[in-house]
Ligand binder design. Structure first.
Ligand code: G3P
Ligand code: MG
Length: 255
């Protein structure tokens, strides 16, 4: 079973949102949880505060994952820093902050885990977010053994990221069924490959993507048997929330 290759130098197992289901998503505690469960790569979502600080958050708003409320794009970094982004998950994580990309770069590099930075712009902020996140990533991972993989559902963000940091590898995230023109979109953006929804990962598609020389990573794969199958088909990586199950079972099948 391939764990890495020339086109995909990163690990085959990626902890989704840092710590999957075991920690509050997109926090430093999540990154530590992913690493503690044996993952050598983490995925997390990055957008901009009102004053342009790249930080980790999935939604446009903060209410689902914090004790605050409001649109992230309308809150300053100072205001965002005062909310608790851990308590919703459990009292053990109460007081956990939303980290800046700067803090996550330091944390993940100290832990020795690689990064997939998903550029997740607040609606209407696609170009500015792609630009700022790629610029920051190039600076924060300068000299790292492996660069972070940038990815986004937003083609405008990926285009801006290419302009800002052309040497950083990028992947096109695809929501829903993979469109017939995926190859033209991916190549047109200068992306190395596509990251797709597990629901749409069938063998014919996997073979087609790999035959065209693109990288292929699949989210979010929470069933060990499915992860095993996708990697056997040749998919380069799987993102998972089920850190104990998927990693433990799949790792036991490796030589
Ligand atoms: O990057 C893979 C995956 O995280 C994309 O979906 O909504 O969990 O960010 P989402
Ligand atoms: Mg994501």
């Amino acid at each position: 079973m391939p764990t890495s290759c020339a086109a995909w130098p990163w690990p085959a197992f990626i902890a989704h949102r840092g710590g999957g289901h075991l920690a509050p998503e997109n926090t430093l505690a999540a990154m530590r949880t992913g690493a503690a469960h044996g993952f050598h790569m983490v995925e997390y979502d990055v957008k901009l505060s009102q004053d342009g600080v790249p930080f980790l958050l999935h939604d446009d708003t903060i209410q689902r994952t914090s004790d605050g409320a409001g649109q992230a794009a309308e809150l300053s970094w100072k205001a965002l820093s005062q909310f608790d982004f851990g308590g919703w998950h459990g009292s053990a994580f109460a007081g956990e902050a939303a980290p800046s990309l700067f803090a996550v770069a330091r944390c993940t590099q100290a832990l020795g885990v690689h990064s997939n930075i998903e550029i997740k712009p607040s609606t209407g902020h696609e170009t500015a977010t792609g630009l700022a996140v790629a610029q920051a990533a190039a600076r924060l991972w300068q000299g790292a053994a492996l660069p972070p993989l940038l990815s986004s559902f937003s083609e405008a963000a990926l285009d801006a990221a290419r302009d800002a940091a052309p040497d950083l590898p990028r992947a096109l995230l695809i929501e829903g069924p993979v469109p017939a023109d995926w190859r033209a979109r991916q190549a047109g953006l200068g992306c190395i490959g596509i990251n797709i929804d597990v629901q749409y990962a069938d063998l014919a598609l996997v073979r087609d993507v790999l035959a065209r020389g693109a990288t292929l990573a699949v989210w979010t794969v929470n069933e060990p048997a499915r992860a095993h199958e996708l990697l056997r088909w040749g998919c380069h990586a799987v993102f998972t929330d089920a850190l104990r199950e998927v990693h433990a079972v799949t790792a036991s099948t490796q030589p």
